[in-house]
Ligand binder design. Structure first.
Ligand code: 5RP
Length: 219
């Protein structure tokens, strides 16, 4: 199976987790796009969606799904999104698409987080994928120095601005043995809006696309 076929399979499996007449939280990225396309097929059964990025909002609207602000929606029953890396404990690195802050907010406001991945994303230890930090532009150099003190190698994502008008620093070289602790440490650096570790609010369910079918892992 191709990677796109695996992404489609997990997106289709996620539909079983969407209650009728709900507002659904929607992630960002190529896997989330497959999910949005599946949502389009059941749009009559949805009240609407809260999007974690402008790109996802645009795709949802393209399917005729109402995009609702999180402030108006309140608590959501379910949030569905991809990840760049995920462990068996359902800790993740996210933010490859740069939408990590809004993703973390919508995930935090959701009762259940369903993560959709193909099997290449499942890892023993997080950190091979560079960890994204969303940073206030004036703090770029300061944050980079603090990251080096923590043993990471910071790299500015050139020519990229987040939906919130900030920059992304991608950090490589970190072997992340304690994701909960590192998530808090990085968020305590002045100028970091948030980081791409989703360990404090990890996924509740992983739908993993494999050659032998979709496997379900529960936290
Ligand atoms: C975007 C994300 C995505 O969920 C992550 O990058 C995975 O993307 P894809 O499904 O395209 O592999 O965190 O900020």
């Amino acid at each position: 199976m191709t990677q796109d076929e695996l992404k489609l399979a997990v997106a289709q499996a996620a539909m079983a987790y969407i209650p009728a007449n709900c507002i659904v939280g929607v992630g960002t990225g190529s896997t989330a796009n497959f999910f949005i396309d599946e949502l389009g097929k059941i749009k009559q059964k949805l009240v609407g969606a809260v999007a974690s990025s402008e790109a996802s909002a645009q795709r949802l609207r393209g399917h005729g799904i109402e995009v609702i602000s999180l402030n108006d929606a309140g608590s959501l029953p379910v949030y569905v999104d991809g990840a760049d890396e995920i462990t068996q404990h359902l800790h993740m690195i996210k933010g490859g698409g740069g939408a990590l802050t809004r993703e973390k907010i919508v995930a935090a406001a959701s009762k259940k987080f369903i993560c959709l991945c193909d099997s290449s994303k499942l890892v023993d230890t997080l950190g091979t994928f560079p960890l994204p930090l969303e940073v206030i532009p004036m703090a770029q150099s300061y944050v980079a120095r603090q990251v080096i003190l923590l043993g990471g190698q910071p790299k500015l994502r050139e020519g990229f601005s987040t939906d919130n008008g900030n920059i992304i620093i991608d950090v490589s070289g970190l072997k992340i043995l304690n994701p909960v602790e590192l998530e808090a440490t990085l968020n305590n650096i002045a100028g970091v809006v948030t980081n791409g570790l989703f360990a404090h609010r990890k996924a509740d369910v992983l739908l993993l696309g494999t050659a032998s079918g979709v496997k379900t892992l529960v936290a």
